[in-house]
Design a protein around this ligand. Structure first.
Ligand code: B12
Ligand code: SF4
Ligand code: SF4
Length: 441
């Protein structure tokens, strides 16, 4: 029987699929003859590409990039271009119903998003990029490293200093990555012409960035829920471009967390409630950045001196021991962002805050939120010299700040009074307990 163009193409893909299976590169079942793919990628992931396949049936709508004037395949050229733009990572994911998308509605239902109600909006769109771009075929995902050579939060033990998360030391990543994606978008428009369609986002649209990043081969979900790249670590931002172009897809890397659970054990607020599951309401990052109101009192003592975001779970991760450092100038730390003195932060009025953190992620907390966090950090510092600073906020017109100042003041006072009591009272006599075999040491 003579093969038409599409069947011949299908046959070639079918043979390629069989070859890959035989090579054990990827365990994917491709049944092109029924134009119905069901793939099983190693770790039990089920991909239903049926809808994509149905689209392929409507072959006339499929947009293949021009490859004339070049011996290098288009996807490779696009990746080289992205690397030239300063994206350390770039990959392509298919538009499909990935397993992890299914966890999302339940996560919301269990209330783990807290006050981040924006995560509940446009739910169908978050689960399917075709709601954004009906012709979507591929998602190009970029990863840009933000790590710098400065110390980790776990290395700083100074009661007079606060902690601002590493990701917020430089310029706002939304702006930096958006520029790179805009350049990629332009590249496509020039190479493909008017048939090209694309939408790009950096955490700005209804997308689950990490899911598509995983299937674009950028990394695996760590148990702390951040994506980790075997070569570069987890200190990278993610942005994506959804397009109607059919490109060569990358494969997701295997989970390399193994039996490790350092991040889970190190989290001071027990926010990682199970491997790969975060209760955002307990996460210091949420409490200091996203939450607008009072920080629950029970969690305040565990927050230590964090004034914006938190890095602990990534600091302790073995895959970050040799993490790559950024080549992006915009992510180098601005002055006074790495472990800033608490007293200096307390001197900032609203105008100074606005000036200092213009085009920085820190502006998201607003002065009111930042000062609330600072009061918690001052309270946790245990330094009685901060009592006068905290006392200034006891009379503040803003109720939120008055309440956090009251808490901090009492905490510092208890510490000071407690020390005074300790000094007056003679230490209790120590009676050694005889060692019993099998007992706890
Ligand atoms: C909301 C949000 C937050 C919230 C909630 C975080 C969270 N884990 O969900 C808060 C404010 C706490 C937060 C904190 C941080 N964030 Co944030 N955040 C987002 C945002 C806007 C949405 C994330 C989301 O939808 N979460 C919903 C939940 C359900 O998703 P998830 O936790 O990732 O869970 C998935 C997996 O864990 C998996 N899963 C769930 N259960 C199970 C079970 C099993 C068995 C398996 C295998 C998988 C699995 O499926 C889930 C659904 O996809 C994204 C940008 C975006 N649009 O995607 C950035 C984003 C995730 N954040 C980012 C960053 C950098 C951070 C911080 C490091 C910042 C900081 N230092 O303070 C911290 C990290 C804290 C942490 N441990 O996650 C980066 C992550 C980059 C990376 N390399 O992974 C993103 C992608 C922004 C970006 N574009 O670069 N963030
Ligand atoms: S960012 Fe901090 S609080 Fe949030 S999960 Fe990681 S260690 Fe816990
Ligand atoms: S600390 Fe361990 S468990 Fe947590 S993300 Fe890193 S490797 Fe995985």
């Amino acid at each position: 029987m003579a093969l038409d163009g599409f069947s011949f193409y299908s046959f070639l893909l079918y043979e390629l699929g069989r070859y890959l299976i035989a090579k054990d590169n990827v365990n994917i079942i491709v049944d092109m003859r029924n134009v119905n793919y069901l793939g099983d990628l190693g770790d039990g992931l089920l991909i239903d590409l049926q809808r994509t396949a149905q689209k392929k049936n409507r072959n006339s709508q499929q947009i293949m990039p021009k490859i004339e004037n070049s011996t290098v395949p288009f996807t490779e050229r696009l990746k080289s271009f992205a690397r030239e733009l300063g994206c350390e990572l770039v990959g392509v994911a298919p538009v499909a119903q990935f397993q992890e998308l299914g966890f999302y509605p339940q996560w919301l239902q269990e209330g783990h998003a807290g006050e981040m109600h924006y995560l509940e909006r446009q739910l169908p769109t978050r689960l399917d990029p075709r709601q954004i771009l009906p012709e979507a075929q591929s998602v190009i995902v970029i990863g840009v490293v933000y790590h710098t050579a400065q110390p980790l939060s776990t290395e700083i033990q100074d009661s007079r200093r606060g902690w601002i998360s590493r990701y917020a030391w430089g310029d706002d990543y939304h702006d930096v990555l958006r520029e790179k994606l805009a350049a990629l978008h332009k590249f496509f428009a020039q190479e493909v012409g008017p048939d090209y369609k694309g939408r790009y986002y950096v955490d700005t649209g209804p997308m689950l960035d990490r899911v598509f990043a995983k299937y674009a081969g950028l990394g695996w979900f760590g148990k702390h829920t951040n994506l980790i790249n075997q070569r570069l670590g987890s200190w990278f931002f993610i942005g994506e471009l959804i397009t109607n172009l059919v490109l060569e897809f990358d494969a997701p890397p295997p989970d390399r967390c193994g039996t490790c659970r350092r991040c889970i054990d190190a989290c001071p607020t027990e926010a990682i409630i199970a491997p790969y599951q975060l209760d955002a309401r307990r996460c210091i990052s949420y409490l200091t950045i996203e939450l607008r109101d009072e920080i629950p009192e029970a969690l305040r003592p565990q927050m230590g001196q964090h004034v914006f975001g938190c890095d602990i779970c990534q600091d302790v991760c073995p895959w970050n021991r040799k993490a790559a450092v950024t080549s992006e100038h915009a992510f180098l730390p601005r002055p006074d962002t790495v472990a800033p003195p608490l007293a200096a932060l307390a001197e900032m009025d609203e105008e100074a805050f606005r000036q200092k953190f213009r085009r920085s992620p820190i502006k998201r907390a607003k002065w009111r939120g930042f000062m609330r966090n600072l009061l918690v950090a001052l309270g946790n510092s245990g330094m009685d010299e901060y009592l006068p600073i905290v006392a200034r906020f006891l009379q503040h017109p803003e109720g939120l700040l008055r309440e956090h100042a009251r808490w901090a003041y009492e905490k510092l006072k208890t510490k000071v009074d407690g020390n005074a009591i300790e000094k007056q009272t003679p230490p209790p006599t120590f009676t050694p307990v005889p060692f019993q075999e099998g007992g706890k040491s």
